[in-house]
Design a protein around this ligand. Structure first.
Ligand SMILES: [Zn+2]
Length: 73
């Protein structure tokens, strides 16, 4: 497992770099956050489209989409 900051070769499964102390799990967890965010955005867009299709007050679909985004991001 190579450190992203200093390039030091650490043991497999190490959580922190032995040389600079940098986290070795950062990239993996940030990738997971991006995947979760993408899924949430897709769900929000689907919900907004569904609400818009129902035709409640016209702009409720967009408002629901914005509220959903603010709640999760
Ligand atoms: Zn390092």
């Amino acid at each position: 497992m190579k450190c992203q900051k200093c390039g030091f070769q650490n043991q497999e499964g190490a959580k922190f770099c032995k040389r600079c102390g940098g986290s070795l799990e950062k990239q993996k967890s940030s990738t997971r956050i991006w995947i979760v965010s993408a899924i949430l955005i897709v769900v929000c867009v689907s919900a907004a489209v569904f609400l818009h299709e129902k035709g409640n007050n016209g702009g409720s679909g967009l408002r629901g989409f914005l509220l959903c985004r603010r709640g999760y991001l």
